[in-house]
Design a protein around this ligand. Structure first.
Ligand code: ADP
Ligand code: FDM
Ligand code: MG
Length: 212
């Protein structure tokens, strides 16, 4: 019998929904429960491509809109060999944002169709689960002001949210919406339970390719 694989679990959602908090908590809890699990975040600002992205987000550098979209995608592709290796070794990989943020943010700029935005990410490892952390703009605002990075305005974020809703209509993907207004602890318990169920369900199934 082939060795059991790990699950690929993506967390998506609006700004301040709690993605980074929940990703960290999830990986910690899975490890405490004896599973092997690793965390990745996109963009990964530590690589050469990631540094370019980071200076774009920090407004130190301007890049043409198609160019930055492709760099975000390249930043995912540069991690694919390592992600596949981990998954096949039985390590569950939790990702803080993935291709869905890529499509949602670029398409929110207006002059980009969803299909064009998806193309560079076609064939990436397909998440076994995409947890969408849903929070109203009012509740997000209570968690603090926007920072000073690009995209951090409420009008842009509202467009991003509409693009996420379009992507969530794709029933070939395992989207699960969770109510992100719960306490960190309650949300964590819910997410951990959904993640463990998914890990169990996919362990003997082949890893698939996204949007193929
Ligand atoms: P994201 O990565 O989605 O932008 P973060 O995890 O960075 O969100 O959380 C944004 C802010 O909200 C942080 O100050 C965090 O401590 C706080 N926060 C996260 N989850 C919750 C929650 N469930 N309830 C209240 N505050 C939260
Ligand atoms: N973002 C993130 C994109 O525009 N495209 C992408 O492919 C990804 C992964 O980068 F504004 C945007 C979303 C957000 C910013 O912020 C990253 P965090 O705080 O590092 O998640
Ligand atoms: Mg975050």
């Amino acid at each position: 019998m082939a060795a059991r694989r790990g699950a690929l679990i993506a967390l998506e959602g609006v700004d301040r929904a709690g993605k980074s908090t929940q990703c960290r908590r999830l990986v910690e809890a899975l490890r405490d429960a004896g599973h092997r699990a690793d965390l990745l975040r996109f963009p990964d600002r530590t690589t050469e491509i990631g540094q370019l992205i980071s200076s774009y987000l920090g407004r130190e550098k301007n890049l043409e809109d198609h160019t930055i979209h492709l760099l975000f995608s390249a930043n995912r592709w540069e991690h694919v060999p390592m992600m596949k290796e981990k998954l096949h070794q039985g390590i569950t990989v939790v990702v803080d944002r993935y291709a869905f943020s890529g499509v949602a943010f670029t398409s929110a700029k207006g002059n980009f169709g969803l299909e064009w935005c998806k193309q560079p990410d076609v064939g990436l490892p397909k998440p076994d689960l995409i947890l969408f952390l849903q929070l109203s703009p009012e509740e997000a605002a209570e968690r603090g002001d926007f920072g000073h990075e690009r995209y951090e305005t409420s009008s842009f974020q509202e467009k991003v949210l509409q693009s996420f809703y379009c992507l969530m209509e794709d029933k070939t993907l395992n989207w699960k919406t969770v109510n992100a207004s719960k306490s960190i602890e309650d949300l964590h318990r819910e997410i951990k339970s959904i993640a463990e169920k998914t890990m169990q369900e996919v362990q003997n199934k082949p890893l698939e390719e996204l949007w193929k």
